[in-house]
Structure formats: structure tokens, C-alpha cells
Design a protein around this ligand. Structure first.
Ligand SMILES: Cc1cc2nc3c(=O)[nH]c(=O)nc-3n(C[C@H](O)[C@H](O)[C@H](O)COP(=O)(O)OP(=O)(O)OC[C@H]3O[C@@H](n4cnc5c(N)ncnc54)[C@H](O)[C@@H]3O)c2cc1C
Length: 466
């Protein structure tokens, strides 16, 4: 039996394992809900809801192709053993994923001797590509795969015949997102279309303010992270639009978007840059009070709290606020990176282990991408949310404060009547801690180049400007 093992590739279009398996005869597309992944780790209810919506649509699309999606709960190794017992011989087809491949090969399929075929993903396989131009050239030479015709298995084990609806209420810890993005291949396609219909012209429209940031970036991240759309599809669409672009402005916006996609490629394929890593930080755990204040957005530092509340409600933050939050937690509070990863990963709807790991490393080593990272938490707020609209939206206690106090409410004479907490740590002390922890960064020149597409990342500016 040819099994297509779905994981973070929840789509039918441009799906190499599905197309390959279909050539061999009967196909059993399978999603395994692994308790070890979903219980007590980074994955939370908001991720499961997105995945479940994606599975619902996948199931419809596979049925249109003559197939059927099968879902079961169990550890992958046990599920494959049971499938082998049921069918005699099986072969498992799946996408290579940098983060998961090693564990899957060595602790699961390889260990139990089940044949498998990993589809080379553009991300993992072509790690040797050294520049954005070469990456584009490789992609130009690739074609997208249309969904194949499928042949249903004639025989099915009883335990695999449960309707998808049964898994809707599988309990995963954590809260759902009131204002999140719905999962599924169609939503991914619509989001891509709407981006290139006009939103892209304002790509990274920083001058529009944080509240509008979500309109002007692509918002493709959860769809790419859970594989509702392939990176190849997005890049090829962008290259097509680039060819058609009539103005310099349009070309600039699309190129900037391609820089982001190239960063994604780097996060998957390449190891971290080794520069700027002479840090003096000793990472620590958080205490109960600290943890509660951070997780509920009550640190007393408005831009940090507004970011946490926004992330909790929507599952998304623009790059700039992710960087500010990560820098505050990793460098300002010197928290253990694993804790920060768990905290942010469980809230980000687009949680992607490869990207989050890399970005945390880059923030912790003061090398953020294409963004001015203002390490003083109050100055960061003032720069990024100059009219205070973002803070006012997410912290109701500060909604009626005059703008001059929004970023520093403790300076307001009536502060104690607001019901907003005093900072858990003095922002100037945080700034000094950050400064001390980055001797290498402090010695760097103050201004860095505007873009550096060949390396896909960009050093920060204004690191320690007073
Ligand atoms: C601390 C921190 C944590 C992050 N964690 C994640 C994460 O878990 N998952 C995630 O998808 N992105 C993560 N990012 C990268 C980036 O912030 C998000 O991809 C982006 O904000 C998502 O919005 P968008 O899809 O509208 O992005 P766009 O700007 O429209 O970018 C298009 C796509 O390019 C990719 N991309 C953009 N920026 C990066 C980057 N710096 N590195 C790698 N890929 C990138 C994403 O897939 C994104 O969807 C993180 C950034 C920081 C600073």
C-alpha cells in the first residue's frame, strides 16, 4: 500500500509525495494526530483548529480526485506498524522537512524497517544555493505539480474508517484565537490572490502604522507554515507578477516580498550565520510572577503588553513587533531561549520551528532582518507606534491617555487611577542590560546598508542611539 503521510503539507496542489505515490497504484493519504506532538508541547489549540480546518478541505479535495483522507490518533511508529500488519507491505511517501526528517527516519520508519520515500523539498535539498539570484533561477526551472488522479484502497482496516468529524473535538491544551486566519488550501489561494490584487503595493507600509500592518504584508505565513500552499507556488506567482509589473514601485515591492521568501528558504536550508555571536548573556528561567505578567500582557511596558495581547487575540504580529518582543525577552530579561520559543511558538498561528529558532538566534545575537530594532523598550514603542494607536487598541486602560504618556504611563500624574501595572523592570535598566550583553554589537557602526538580498538578512540600525 502506498501511504502519503501528511504533516505540514496540507494541500493537494504541487504535492510531490502525492503525485509520486499515485503512479504506483492505490493511495492511502493519511494524517496522524500524534499525542506526543499535540499534548503538552508548543502546539496548542489554535494550531489544531487551523490544522483541522485544513484537513476538512483536504478531505473534500482528495475526494474530488477520486481519493479519500484517512485520519487516526496514535504515535506514527505504532500506526505504521499496524498498517504493515494490515497490508503486508507498505511504502510511505512524505515531504522532507528539516526539523522533522531526522527523527522520522531514525526513530520511526528506518528503525522499524518500513520503506519510505522522502520528496526532496526545495527548502531542504537545495541548501547549497548560496544567493537569492541562484535560488530564483532554480525555482524558475521547476514546475508546479497538478493534483493527480487517485485510486482508493480496495481494503481498509476498521480502525482507519472513522469519519473526519470525530476528530474535531480532539482536545489540545491552550486557547483558540478569536480573530485568527482560517486554515485551508482555498484560503491560502485567496490570500495570495488578494495580495497581488493590490495589497502588495503597500508591502511593509511601515508609515501606515502597526494597526494596518496586517493588510500590507501578505499574511501567507500560516498557509506556508502548515503547507496549505507550497513556497514554490508563491515564488512562481511572484516572479510572474514581477515580469508583468509596470512601475518601478511595483517591482520594488515584489522584490522586497521575494527577499522575505528567500529568508524563509534560508531558515530551512542553512545554518545560522556565525557572526555577532560573542554574547555575555546567561540565560535564566522565569519566576511565577514574571511568567504570569509576561503571558498576560501585564509587564507594565505598553508596547510589550500590547504586542502580547494582540498576539494572543490574533495569532499574528508583524516582523517588527516579533523582533521587539523576542529582544525584550531574550536580551532584556535574559530568559532561556527555549522558554521564549515555547511562549511565542504556542501563540503564533504560523509557528514554524525552523523560522522561529533562526529568528530567536538572530534577535538574541542582535542581527535582525531588514528592520530597525530599537532595543530600548520605550523608544521601540515610540518609533513603531508613534501615534499610540496600537497600544490604545490593545490596552484599554491607556485608551484615553494623551499621546505623550501612552508609552510611559507611569509619568502621568493620575497613573495609579488607571489600573495599569508599574513596569516589572525599569525600562532604562533593561536597556542597560541589553547594552551590556552585546559588546560586539555596540562596537559596530551606527548605520547599516538598507538591503542585502544576497544574504537574505540585514543588520539592525540605531542599536543604542539615545
Ligand atoms: C522572533 C521572530 C519569530 C518569528 N517566528 C516566525 C514563525 O514561527 N513562523 C513564520 O512563518 N515566521 C516567523 N517570523 C518571520 C516573520 O515575522 C513572519 O513570517 C511574518 O511576519 C509573517 O507575516 P506575513 O506572512 O504577512 O509575512 P510577509 O512579510 O508577507 O512574508 C512572506 C512570507 O515570507 C516568510 N518570511 C517572512 N519573513 C521571514 C523571516 N524573517 N524568516 C523566514 N521567513 C520569513 C514567511 O513564510 C512569510 O509568510 C518570525 C520573526 C521573528 C522576528
Amino acid at each position: 500500500m502506498n501511504i502519503v503521510w501528511y504533516r505540514r503539507d496540507l494541500r493537494v496542489n504541487d504535492h510531490l509525495p502525492l503525485s509520486t505515490a499515485a503512479k504506483y497504484g492505490e493511495v492511502l493519504p493519511l494524517y496522524i494526530i500524534e499525542p506526543s506532538l499535540w499534548q503538552g508541547g508548543i502546539y496548542s489549540a489554535r494550531h489544531y483548529a487551523f490544522v483541522f480546518e485544513s484537513l476538512e478541505e483536504l478531505s473534500v479535495r482528495l475526494a474530488e480526485m477520486g481519493g479519500c483522507l484517512f485520519v487516526t490518533i496514535g504515535e506514527a511508529e505504532n500506526v505504521f506498524r499496524k498498517l504493515e500488519e494490515a497490508y503486508g507491505t507498505i511504502k510511505v511517501f512524505f515531504h522532507k522537512e528539516k526539523e522533522l526528517s531526522k527523527s522520522i527516519r531514525y526513530h520511526c520508519l528506518e528503525k522499524i524497517g518500513i520503506p519510505f520515500q522522502e520528496a526532496p523539498s526545495l527548502n531542504g535539498e537545495k541548501a547549497t544555493i548560496q544567493s537569492k539570484m541562484k535560488w530564483i533561477r532554480v525555482l524558475e526551472g521547476e514546475s508546479e505539480l497538478a493534483p493527480p488522479k487517485l485510486k482508493l484502497p480496495e481494503r481498509l482496516p476498521d480502525w482507519l474508517s472513522e469519519p473526519l468529524g470525530k476528530f474535531r473535538n480532539y482536545h489540545v491544551p491552550g486557547d483558540l484565537i478569536p480573530l485568527g486566519q482560517p486554515g485551508g488550501e482555498r484560503k491560502a489561494e485567496e490570500t495570495l490572490q488578494s495580495f497581488f490584487k493590490g495589497r502588495y503595493m503597500m508591502y511593509e507600509g511601515k508609515e501606515e502604522g502597526l494597526l494596518k500592518a496586517s493588510n500590507y504584508s501578505s499574511r501567507l505565513s500560516p498557509y506556508l507554515a502548515w503547507g496549505n500552499i507550497s513556497a514554490k507556488t508563491v515564488v512562481k506567482k511572484s516572479l510572474g507578477e514581477l515580469k508583468e509589473a509596470k512601475t518601478e514601485e511595483a517591482r520594488k515591492a515584489i522584490n522586497s516580498f521575494l527577499d522575505s521568501l528567500y529568508s524563509r528558504f534560508l531558515a530551512y536550508g542553512n545554518s545560522l550565520p556565525q557572526k555577532n555571536r560573542q554574547l555575555t548573556i546567561e540565560e535564566k528561567s522565569w519566576n511565577r510572577d514574571e511568567q504570569e505578567r509576561i503571558q498576560t500582557g501585564r509587564t507594565g511596558i505598553p508596547i510589550i503588553d500590547a504586542s502580547v495581547v494582540s498576539l494572543t487575540k490574533t495569532g499574528w504580529l508583524p516582523y517588527s513587533l516579533r523582533a521587539v518582543l523576542a529582544t525584550f525577552l531574550c536580551n532584556g530579561l535574559q530568559l532561556d531561549k527555549q522558554l521564549v520559543k515555547e511562549f511565542l511558538g504556542s501563540l503564533l498561528q504560523d509557528y514554524d520551528p525552523c523560522i522561529l529558532d533562526r529568528e530567536l538566534e538572530l534577535c538574541a545575537s542582535f542581527s535582525g532582518k531588514r528592520i530597525t530594532v530599537y532595543f530600548h523598550p520605550v523608544r521601540a514603542g515610540k518609533k513603531l507606534d508613534s501615534d499610540g494607536a496600537f497600544i490604545k487598541r490593545y490596552i484599554p486602560e491607556l485608551a484615553s491617555l494623551p499621546i505623550k504618556y501612552v508609552h510611559e504611563p507611569w509619568r502621568y500624574t493620575g497613573f495609579y487611577t488607571l489600573g495599569y501595572p508599574v513596569p516589572m523592570k525599569d525600562p532604562d535598566t533593561i536597556f542597560k542590560t541589553i547594552k551590556l550583553s552585546a559588546p560586539a554589537a555596540e562596537n559596530r557602526p551606527k548605520k547599516y546598508p538598507q538591503s542585502s538580498p544576497e544574504i537574505g538578512e540585514q543588520l539592525s540600525m540605531d542599536l543604542f542611539d539615545e
